[in-house]
Write a protein that binds this ligand. Structure first.
Ligand code: ATP
Length: 364
């Protein structure tokens, strides 16, 4: 099947005065895809989304929607649905009037308007609030209405700018699942801006990781998590242990590394090649380290330490283990057979060579 490209950014650049905030942004969004722009505050996510929406014009490059060059085309000619961080509903209009607003502008008949309003209220699971005013709704409900309002025009593209960030943690998760369900149900091509890595991992077909106006990596959630293109991507997505060291042996695909604290680490085949004696940065995710009590000998990838801190967090316990001069963060999943971890215990940390990520130090 040939892929249909709904949105294409070709070498997009944006500056404010002399300040370049988006640089050489290249992306093809396939029809039906859910894409997230993920990165820290100020990295250019909203600016890029606003260029796609037509609120800002690029200063370089080409923006295509459904194959048509869109530079300079105003937002209302782009047939997009957009949801912002703040609910942005009209306070003096009922829910139904808010949702119908875009249809009125498009001169849709009264009967069709009513049918479409009811349909989207059903889609966002709020069939009985049509006559209420926004102030009579909770934050989560208001954001569902904002989503319904964006969907009612049957947009070719849905743009979401941090729509969940004003909600409390539980609602956030609920609405995140709702968004996923909605996307499965209606399949509209969606671009979602967030600085929350969990949200991006949970929702996206692909994630665009951005930093300082640059695209660091574009990939599926698994690729981004397991094969990060840079230290920035690895450390931004989830917790990790970061150790500095040197390559002291190479045997086929297996590297032997010694950390600055004298710990021996074996690492299996890496995406990026490193040379013997090269200075490297070593990463091990906390959930990849196992804790055992057995007094085994110390060797590479199995080290003795002292449990300094154990924070029980429900489904897992977050531990800090002092190993020589290193402090390793370890995430212990709770199972029926989990032992109660006590601070001060002597423990052994062990991990697999496959779970060690090695990057050359100072090579970017
Ligand atoms: P956040 O998550 O905080 O919204 P972001 O990744 O969406 O951040 P942008 O809002 O796109 O980042 O901003 C990118 C950079 O452009 C920032 O340094 C910001 O200060 C700057 N910027 C954004 N809008 C303007 C503007 N209208 N005039 C000048 N500078 C701007």
């Amino acid at each position: 099947m040939t892929k249909v490209i709904d949105v294409e950014l070709r070498g997009i650049m944006k500056k404010f005065q002399s300040n370049v905030v988006v640089q050489n942004f290249n992306l093809q969004v396939e029809q039906g895809e859910f894409i997230s722009f993920l990165g820290p505050s100020g990295c250019g996510k909203t600016t890029t989304l606003n260029m796609i929406a037509g609120f800002l014009d690029p200063d370089g490059g080409d923006l295509l929607i459904k194959g048509q060059r869109m530079n300079g085309v105003p937002p209302y000619k782009r047939e997009l649905g957009m949801v912002f961080q703040t609910y942005s509903l009209f306070p003096h209009m009922t829910v139904a009037e808010n949702i119908a607003y875009g249809l009125k502008l498009r001169k849709v008949s009264k009967q069709e308007m009513q049918e479409r309003v009811n349909r989207v209220l059903g889609l966002v699971k709020l069939p009985n609030v049509a006559d209420r005013y926004p102030k009579q709704l909770s934050g989560g409900q208001r954001q569902r209405i904002a989503i319904a309002r964006a969907l009612v025009i049957e947009p070719s593209l849905l743009l979401l700018d941090e729509p969940l960030s004003n909600l409390d943690a539980k609602l956030r998760e609920e609405l995140r699942d709702e968004l996923k369900r909605l996307h499965h149900e209606i399949g509209v091509t969606t671009i979602f801006v967030t600085h929350d890595q969990e949200e991006a991992l949970a929702l996206s077909d692909r994630i665009v990781v951005m930093n300082h106006g640059f695209v660091e990596q574009i990939g599926t959630p698994l690729e981004i998590y397991n094969q990060p293109a840079s230290e920035f991507v690895h450390t931004f997505i989830g917790k990790t242990n970061r150790l500095e060291g040197e390559v002291i042996g190479i045997d086929g695909d297996v590297l032997t590394l010694r950390t600055t604290g004298g710990m021996l680490v074996k690492a299996a085949k890496q995406q990026r090649t490193v040379a013997l004696h090269e200075k490297v940065i070593i990463f091990i995710r906390p959930e990849k380290i196992k804790l055992t009590d057995t007094a085994v000998s110390e060797e590479a990838n199995r080290v003795k330490g002292h449990l300094q801190l154990a924070s029980f967090l429900g489904s897992y316990t977050e531990c800090e283990v002092k190993v020589g001069e290193h402090t390793l963060s370890v995430k212990v999943q709770m199972t029926d057979s989990s032992v109660d971890r006590q601070e001060g215990q002597t423990v052994y940390c062990q991990w697999n060579a496959d779970d060690v990520l090695v990057m050359p130090a100072g090579r970017g």
